[in-house]
Design a protein around this ligand. Structure first.
Ligand SMILES: Cc1ncc(C[n+]2csc(CCOP(=O)(O)OP(=O)(O)O)c2C)c(N)n1
Length: 333
């Protein structure tokens, strides 16, 4: 049997996108802040100061930062349990994120949600969800609300390649295509669902091809160059805004650490991890900034500023009061 046309994996485009220091600097700053925030949370977790689950995107930062940079401030973002970076990129400050991870009263959702349930309506950040793929219809619903109201907003949904085998994913993109909803579905393909490599979970490894079944626009590219992510996702955002049509985008990326803090990642080789670390989006962006004319002193000043921001967030979380336990929580506008 020959491989059907639709099951061929397209080569990933590795070209570098033209940019300027002015455009790249804030993107690099956001990626660095997310990495430092997550490193600090990993440290606090191993000291027993953070409980529950903790899933980090270290290595994948260029995807959420580039993609969310293509949105307007009042657009919607819906994400998974690996969402600290997405919340930060959508405008949530480091302090309430860190305090939420610590389970403190000053946390983003009063310390009652924890790592997997960040949520900030005022920033259009509609969560943080722990059920794999279950949030895809929620994003379609946000896009439907935007279309119904005619407010021009776009809903952007992030999920892993493992979620693309889940019913909620199939239902969410089917309705978005049928009803022509202004949504951008972004598969952050980090190549593992917990410890399962994608070739053991997907019959067709190119997730973006699922769009074909729905007559939906699609795109697929590597996610190490934050500016490329921003440009390519901007095309999908434009399509959603101008013609109210959804797009399925697959961004190929890699997480440097385990699935969660309790995963030592023994299912992949050190060589494989090292190979991907050589493509680290942060190292790449830092070097690009210098190549584009930023001075070393400029970049170090930015890095010192990020360090101070995250140290402040940790101090804030550590010195905040614990969440109120067992109180019935009334959601107010
Ligand atoms: C419906 C459901 N099934 C199983 C799980 C357990 N689980 C949590 S994360 C995960 C892997 C998901 O992988 P992927 O969608 O590729 O996202 P990644 O974690 O790689 O970002 C699984 C199976 C869950 N949370 N929800």
């Amino acid at each position: 049997m020959t491989t059907p046309e639709s099951a061929r994996v397209e080569p990933v485009d590795e070209s570098v996108t033209t940019t300027t220091v002015e455009e790249l600097r804030p993107l690099y700053r956001q990626m660095l802040a997310i990495r430092r925030l997550e490193e600090a949370s990993a440290k606090a977790y191993s000291q027993g100061k953070i409980g529950g689950f903790l899933h980090l995107i270290i290595g994948q930062e260029a995807v959420c930062v580039g993609a969310i940079a293509a949105l307007a401030a009042d657009d919607y973002v819906v994400a998974t349990y690996r969402e600290h970076g997405h919340a930060y990129a959508k405008g949530v400050a480091a302090r309430p994120i860190m305090a939420e991870l610590y389970g403190k009263k000053t946390g983003l959702v009063k310390g009652l949600g924890g790592s997997m349930h960040l949520f900030d309506k005022s920033k259009g950040f509609l969560g943080g969800y722990g059920i794999v793929g279950g949030h895809v219809p929620i994003a379609a619903g946000a896009a439907l609300a935007a279309k119904y109201r005619g407010d021009g907003k776009v809903a952007m949904c992030f999920f892993g390649e493992g979620a693309s085998t889940i019913g909620g994913f199939a239902e969410g993109i089917a309705l978005a295509a049928l009803w022509k909803l202004p949504a951008v579905f972004i598969c952050e393909n980090n190549q593992y669902s917990m410890g399962t490599p994608l070739y053991r979970s997907l019959a067709v490894e190119d997730v973006s091809l699922r769009a074909l079944a729905h007559g939906m626009a699609r795109d697929r590219f590597d996610g190490d160059d934050v500016v490329k992510v921003k440009r390519r996702i901007a095309e999908a955002v434009q399509r959603a805004r101008d013609t109210s049509e959804p797009t399925l985008v697959e961004v190929v990326t890699y997480r440097f650490r385990g699935h969660s803090m309790s995963d030592p990642g023994l299912y992949r080789t050190k060589d494989e991890v090292e190979e991907w670390k050589r493509r680290d989006p942060l190292t790449r962006s830092r070097q690009r900034l210098i190549d584009l004319g930023a001075t070393e002193a400029d970049v170090v000043a930015l890095e010192d500023d990020v360090k101070a921001e995250i140290e402040d967030a940790v101090h804030f979380a550590e010195t905040s009061p614990a969440a109120d336990a067992y109180l019935p929580y009334v959601i107010k506008e």
